[in-house]
Design a protein around this ligand. Structure first.
Ligand code: DGL
Length: 267
């Protein structure tokens, strides 16, 4: 491995761009190779076996493109697949769950944390485990939100459909008295203005992206693999396995990449 290697990032679609935005901010010299697996989105309703196999194929693809570290910018595969694949590859695999859990533990004052996530993430119990490993007394309430990823992928980030779905998903958590909400799916920060408006100022909203990228930076620093020279432009690579419409509609402007050319990948 050398410094020139890329940071490999993947998700089922545009969700991982919420982590890429944070990578651009914290590690501006690094080259990003991104895979959005839109041929198989949504991941949240897939089986564990499918998710492990898709993740394995994506990581192989990213390694072939020169990744020196992989950031799993997907809570679903971070919950279900990464724990099984951790020892299979020669580079560090960074998940979003443990960093997200750390952010939630730091934010809560009353010890009641809500998590919104996909069905597979909620079923895995990953956030409950990760949060209670750090602080066993914290009560964790997880809510599956299957309607949200399809809305974000079609580029609908506000309006009645989004508000109605979010109201339905957030209400049970508000009734539990949470003071902290983890955005346990990387697609959800796209909906954060509506989420903030519905929750009001009394609930801290945690996007695991910041802690996740801090963790990746720490691992790279430890191994002497940070590429910090921002004076040399290195072209990022963005691959989608299916349609890239969501990238064109909401993703490109979100990560401010006017010129990057999107390529097709077979996974
Ligand atoms: N954005 C991903 C996550 O964080 C995947 C969502 C999906 O495809 O269902 O879980």
């Amino acid at each position: 491995m050398n410094k020139e290697g890329a940071i490999g990032v993947y998700d089922s679609g545009v969700g991982g761009l919420t982590v890429v935005r944070e990578l651009f901010s914290q590690l501006p010299g690094e080259k990003i190779v991104y895979v959005g697996d839109t041929a198989h989105v949504p991941y949240g309703s897939r089986s564990e076996a499918e998710l492990v196999e898709l993740t394995r194929r994506i990581i192989r693809f990213l390694l072939a493109k020169g990744a020196k570290i992989i950031v799993s910018a997907c809570n679903t595969t971070s919950s279900v697949a990464i724990p099984q694949l951790e020892k299979e590859f020669p580079v560090p695999l960074v998940d979003v769950i443990r960093p997200g859990a750390r952010g939630a533990v730091a934010a809560t004052r009353n010890g009641k944390v809500g998590v919104i996530a996909t069905e597979a993430t909620v079923r895995s119990g990953s956030y409950q485990r990760a949060i209670q490993t750090i602080e066993p007394s914290i009560e964790v309430y997880a809510q599956a939100c299957p309607r949200l990823v399809p809305l974000v992928e079609k580029g609908t980030l506000q309006g009645p459909e989004v508000e109605e779905a979010l109201r339905e998903y957030l209400q049970p958590l508000q009734e539990k008295g949470i003071d902290t909400l983890v955005l346990g799916c990387t697609h959800y920060p796209f909906l954060q203005p509506v989420i903030n408006a519905l929750l009001g100022p009394g609930v801290a909203v945690v996007d695991p992206a910041r802690e996740t990228v801090a963790e990746a930076a720490r691992l790279l620093r430890e191994q002497g693999l940070i590429y910090a020279d921002t004076s040399r432009y290195r072209a990022h690579e963005f691959y989608f396995t299916g349609p890239a419409d969501s990238f064109e509609k909401i993703g490109r402007s979100f990560v401010q990449l006017r010129d990057v050319e999107v390529k097709k990948a077979e996974i």
